[in-house]
Design a protein. Sequence first.
Length: 163
Amino acid sequence: MRYIIIFFSAFLLVACKKDQANASGSASADSLHHIKDSVATGSSSDKIQVETIAFPTEIKECSCYFAKNKADFENEKYIYADDAGKTAYMKLDGKRVAMNLISSSDMEVDEVLTKEIENENYKISVKGKKIKGEEALLFEGTLTIEKPDGSVYTTPIYGECGC
């Protein structure tokens, strides 16, 4: 049993060092520029209003939560939060809404995160790619909201998923 624990610990140590090496360097600088560019050119509609929310008290354990950019994320100005599998929370058009998650990826392929959320008023799609992984996984991507009337809101997102 002791050998299994030692082997597993060594494996985790090597995996963490690999993630740290991948996270540093020009790749992270490029991804930061990408977010700034996306904010400047992101398409949005005046018909969908997305506001920041406080972290939902309903979420007790594992969760994903995103802001529009890294600065907002660090200042806890979240626009999206979910409890990693059941319910997503946002403030849309002046109302706090809780919606059921339709699907959520498990990041097995290319470390890509996808989520689909839907109710009678909104269809929300979250797509992101892991940029760093430690205790929690950091992601960059896009959040798209569609309404039945055809209006669409798209914004870059930055955030994390973890327990």
